[in-house]
Design a protein around this ligand. Structure first.
Ligand code: ADP
Length: 265
């Protein structure tokens, strides 16, 4: 058992997944964990168990726990509950110090966050009204094409041309994709069009906020290189990427916990 350091735990309870991060002394990532089970499941408890197992710590050694995400109020063990905007900004700044814009695309919404030089959110725009431009759109389209969300980027990379999806509504886009399939359009070209549709939708949200580089992406959709590439082309700006992108909310929550604990003790 380890006994050195102050440990803070961040748990990000999303619409489709639960993610957690464990930090030592607010500066070292000890463990991260993810379960494909979000709000209303035992995903958060499983993530915490996994973090403790991976770090060889027991619950009593965690100094502070912070929950964030859409389901943050549903984790009673948390000492603090903090908005995902604040946490994603903090987590992104931890990985990419000096970052000024963050685009977070999760399972059911998309957010564009402006940051000040210290990693605090200064402005944001959100699309939480419509599945288009979110992971939900990608998940529905992947389902029609008998793919998983994680397969989309690989498929899009092999496209010979991009088949544009003209419907912005997910339900209509679903029919459009089925009709393209019936006409014999190549699946790879369709996937490239699907990735581009999400990028264009979120890119126009970003233009409304204003994009100041350096720019990074967070959330599960950041793992999709097809969306990242299309968004970068649409905005004409390089997008920083970390394999930890889906953990920025949890990381930020752990960081918030560390900073608050230090202020109050
Ligand atoms: P939430 O916090 O709302 O649960 P996440 O930020 O965890 O959402 O993102 C979930 C979305 O990320 C899914 O809807 C899916 O489209 C996408 N996703 C998850 N894993 C991958 C992956 N390995 N590659 C590409 N996309 C992914």
């Amino acid at each position: 058992m380890k006994d050195e350091g102050m440990y803070s735990l961040g748990i990000d309870i999303g619409s489709t997944t639960s993610k957690g991060a464990l930090l030592a002394d607010g500066n070292r990532i000890v463990a991260t964990a993810l379960r494909n089970a979000g709000i209303g499941t035992d995903g958060p408890e499983e993530v915490v168990k996994e973090l403790l197992r991976a770090s060889d710590l027991d619950e009593g050694q965690i100094g502070v726990t912070v929950s964030t995400g859409y389901g943050r109020t549903l984790y009673p063990e948390a000492h603090y509950r903090v908005s995902e905007l604040t946490c994603h900004a903090l987590g992104a700044h931890f990985i990419f110090p000096g970052i000024r814009t963050l685009i977070d695309i999760g399972g059911q919404d998309a957010k564009v966050i402006s940051l000040d030089g210290a990693g605090r959110m200064s402005n944001f725009q959100m699309n939480d009204k419509c599945a288009a431009g979110t992971g939900r759109f990608l998940d529905v389209m992947a389902g029609i094409l008998q793919l998983r969300a994680g397969d989309l980027a690989g498929e899009a990379a092999l496209a010979e041309s991009i088949c544009p999806i003209s419907s912005t509504c997910t339900v209509f886009a679903e029919s459009e994709v089925i009709s393209h399939l019936a006409q014999g359009v190549n699946r790879k070209d369709l996937v490239a069009g699907i990735c581009e549709s999400v990028a264009t939708r979120t890119g126009s949200l970003a233009k409304r906020v204003g994009v100041t580089p350096p720019l990074a992406m967070s959330g599960g959709v950041a793992l999709n290189e097809g969306v990242r590439g299309a968004l970068s082309r649409y905005l004409g700006v390089e997008i920083l990427f970390s394999p930890l992108a889906q953990f920025f909310g949890g990381l930020g929550a752990a960081l918030y916990g560390y900073q608050t604990y230090n202020k109050e003790n």
